[in-house]
Design a protein around this ligand. Sequence first.
Ligand code: G3I
Length: 350
Amino acid sequence: MRELADKNGLLIGCAVATDPLGAMMRDGPTPYSTVLAEQFNIITAENATKFGHLSTGPGAYDWSLADALFDFAQRHRMQMRFHTGLWHNQLPTWLDESKHRSNEIAAIARDHLAAVGRRYGDRMYCWDVVNEPISDKPDQPGADSGPLRDTIWKRALGDDYLATVHHWAHEAAPHAKLVLNDYGTDIAGAKTDALYAVVNDLLARSVPLHAVGFQMHLLHGQRYDPSAVTANFQRFADLGVEIHITEMDVAIAPMSGDRQSRLKQQAQAYRDVLAAAMKVKGFTVFQTWGFTDRHSWVPKFTKCDDAALPLDENLLPKPAYFALREALQQAGQSHMPFPVPLPSDPGGRG
Ligand code: G3I
């Protein structure tokens, strides 16, 4: 897939799970890392770069796994998505809202973004600065009413916290494309409208925001009309941001038919989404959340034995893998996104 994506000027990638990343770090190349380097030109840590994983105490970090991934990316001329700066999940255990005042939480946020920027700012293609900030129920009363989710960061920094932290992230990593990444916004709907209003407002005020990430977890048997995906992405692209698909996976458990038939339906869902996105100028990144069914968050989440990714448990391609290749092949010269440069110094740094 990597070669085809390179030809299209597209970044194609996946999340890298923590256990195989640890194995790569300890043992050197593994079958997992070989496939990773062959098939993808952008990668993301599934968990290893989240605040709670990096932090060992206030102002203290263990960067070892993150460094290993950045070094791997550099050796293999891959881009990096840094996931994430601030999220409401996977926070450090020492961070306790009942013990810190708002101004302290604001300083913790700013210091964390600065620390990430200092270490990786010039090595990341893009950065999910705030993950999942949009409310699931923007049109209903309650704490989460209005466009933004009620989180520790919003409570401490105020309703305009996205603007504040994007400015901080931009200061910390002036070359990184700053992304607003969320789920449940892949096609039109109330949450998507809330996201659109937020993006529009931030851009109108020249807040540094360069891309919108659409996670695209298709776990409930949903099949999107490709034209609905294209139309939604186009609406955002018209605002001037890049479009990224950041975490796609397609569960087969909710589908009907035998396993072969489900795998075909899954392949069609992957093909439809990638082909729909490739129609949008400004679509620059396509990522799945993992690549092999051996390491996928989906079975834990759905509590059933699923197979949501393009490669199977043995790292062998499934119909979904070939469907993605077809979508890349068919796009051919018609897809002309922003040219995406790959790192040119594969020697590794520091
Ligand atoms: O690190 C501990 C380990 O010490 C412990 O032994 C083990 C016991 O279950 O848990 C480990 O932590 C788990 C962590 O993944 C690392 O494997 C957590 O329990 C588990 O909840 C956590 O799940 C991650 C989830 O984010 C957390 O919300 C998933 O792997 C990860 O795929 C998922 O990723 C998110 C994206 O960041 C944002 N978008 C949605 C996506 C899927 O939920």
